[in-house]
Design a protein around this ligand. Structure first.
Ligand SMILES: NC(=O)c1ccc[n+]([C@@H]2O[C@H](COP(=O)([O-])OP(=O)(O)OC[C@H]3O[C@@H](n4cnc5c(N)ncnc54)[C@H](OP(=O)(O)O)[C@@H]3O)[C@@H](O)[C@H]2O)c1
Length: 348
C-alpha cells in the first residue's frame, strides 16, 4: 500500500489546525496553504481584523466561510491566551493540530541584552505556548488523536552567538516538545519539531528584529563579522510557501515524536550536529560566523598573525637558546629592508 499523496484530500478527522502568529510570514503562508488544501484553519493573531482580511484576500475565502476563523491571541498576555483557548473551543471544538509558530527575534550579546528581552523571548516561545497547550490538551487527549507542532530554529539545535536569548528559548521549546511527546503519546497524540532554516520573512530583517547591539563596545569586531556573514545567509532565504508545504507534510506524521529540518541550511546543521562532537560544532559555527579563536582579542589586543602563532608553537618544542637565535635572526631580517631604505635615502 503506497503512502497518501500530499495533495490528496485529507481525512475528515484531520481537518482543524490552529496556527499562532498567522498574521504574517511563515504563519500566514501556512494558514493559506493549509486552507487551500482543505483544512479548517484557526488563524490566531494579535490583530485579527487586519490579518484575517489579508488571509481572506489571499485565499479567496468569504467572510462567512467557517473554514477560515480568526482568533485574537497575544502570547505576552495570559488573559488573552485564556480567552483564545475559549474562543477556539467555541468556534471549532477540539482542533486536530496546534502549530506554535508565533515568534520574535533579537540581536545582541548576552552582556548587551536586557533581562526584559529574555523574559519576552521565553514568554513568546515557551510560557505563552505552554499555557495555550495546557488549555487545549484536555480536549485533544480525550479525542485520542492530534498533533502539536513547534516551530523551532537552527538556534534551538545549538546556541548561536549574538542571539542567545532567542536560541535559549527555542532550545527550551525543543526540550519541552520532547518531554511532552513522552507524556501524551500514550493518549494517541504526537509532537513534531520543525527546525526552520532561513526564510524570507520580516523576522530576518533589521525592522523585524529588536537590536540590542552596542556597536561601540567590546564586541564591535564580532558584530561586524557576524553582521556581514548574516547578511550573506539572508541572500539564500527561501520562500515562506516552501515552509508551508513542509508543515503540511509534517501534519501527516503519526509517530509519537518527529523532528524535521526545513530548508537546506537547517538540514546541514541537523546533520552536522548528529555526527560532529560539540567542540567541533563550536568551531564550525565560530568559523562560519567569522568569530576569532579563543583569546584572540583578549585585553583588546589584535589577533596574532600566522607566523606569530608558529613562533609560539615552536617555543614549546625548540630549546630556549636556539629560539633566541631564531628570534634575533628574524628581527635582523625584519629591520634589514628598513635599514637599506634609510641608507639609499642618505645616499640619494
Ligand atoms: N523566517 C526565518 O528565517 C525563521 C528561521 C527560523 C525560525 N523561524 C521561526 O518561525 C516562526 C515564524 O516567524 P516568521 O519568520 O514568520 O516571522 P515574522 O514574519 O516576523 O512573523 C512573526 C509572527 O509572530 C507573531 N507574534 C510575535 N509576537 C507575538 C505575540 N506576543 N503574540 C502573538 N503573536 C506574536 C507576529 O504577529 P504580529 O503581526 O502581531 O507582530 C507574526 O505573526 C517564529 O517562531 C520564528 O522563530 C523563522
Amino acid at each position: 500500500m503506497g503512502e497518501r499523496r500530499v495533495d490528496e484530500p485529507l481525512r475528515e478527522e484531520h481537518r482543524t489546525v490552529v496556527i499562532t502568529g498567522a498574521s504574517r510570514g511563515l504563519g500566514f503562508a501556512s494558514a493559506k496553504h493549509l486552507y487551500d488544501r482543505g483544512w479548517q484553519v484557526v488563524a490566531a493573531m494579535r490583530s485579527p481584523d487586519a490579518g484575517l482580511a489579508r488571509l481572506r484576500e489571499a485565499t479567496g475565502a468569504r467572510d462567512d466561510d467557517d473554514r477560515l476563523i480568526g482568533v485574537p491571541l497575544d502570547l505576552g498576555d495570559p488573559a488573552s491566551i485564556d480567552a483564545a483557548a475559549k474562543a477556539i473551543e467555541a468556534a471549532v471544538g477540539v482542533p486536530y493540530a496546534v502549530v506554535h509558530n508565533a515568534g520574535i527575534s533579537a540581536a545582541g550579546m548576552v552582556e548587551e541584552s536586557p533581562l526584559e528581552l529574555w523574559q519576552n523571548m521565553f514568554q513568546t516561545h515557551v510560557m505563552g505556548p505552554v499555557q495555550l497547550t495546557q488549555a487545549l490538551l484536555p480536549g485533544m487527549r480525550a479525542a485520542g488523536r492530534g498533533r502539536i507542532v513547534m516551530v523551532s530554529s537552527q538556534g534551538g539545535v545549538r546556541g548561536m552567538p549574538a542571539i542567545a536569548a532567542y536560541s535559549a528559548s527555542k532550545g527550551a521549546l525543543e526540550r519541552w516538545a520532547e518531554s511532552m511527546a513522552g507524556e501524551i503519546a500514550p493518549f494517541g497524540l504526537g509532537v513534531t519539531v520543525l527546525v526552520t532554516g532561513v526564510f524570507d520573512t520580516d523576522i530576518i530583517t533589521d525592522e523585524g528584529t529588536t537590536d540590542n547591539r552596542d556597536l561601540d563596545g567590546p564586541y564591535t569586531a564580532l558584530h561586524t563579522t557576524i553582521n556581514k556573514r548574516g547578511r550573506l545567509a539572508i541572500r539564500i532565504a527561501k520562500k515562506p510557501a516552501k515552509f508551508a508545504r513542509a508543515l503540511a507534510k509534517a501534519l501527516e506524521d503519526t509517530a509519537p515524536y518527529t523532528k524535521h529540518p526545513v530548508g537546506p541550511d537547517a538540514h546541514m546543521l541537523v546533520l552536522s550536529s548528529r555526527v560532529l562532537p560539540q567542540a567541533a560544532m563550536h568551531h564550525m559555527s565560530r568559523i562560519a560566523m567569522g568569530i576569532p579563536r579563543q583569546g584572540a582579542i583578549r585585553d583588546g589586543t589584535a589577533a596574532l598573525t600566522a607566523s606569530q602563532r608558529l613562533m609560539i608553537r615552536a617555543a614549546t618544542v625548540v630549546p630556549a637558546p636556539v629560539m633566541q637565535r631564531i628570534a634575533l635572526l628574524i628581527m635582523k631580517l625584519q629591520s634589514a629592508p628598513k635599514q637599506s631604505a634609510q641608507e639609499s635615502e642618505n645616499h640619494g
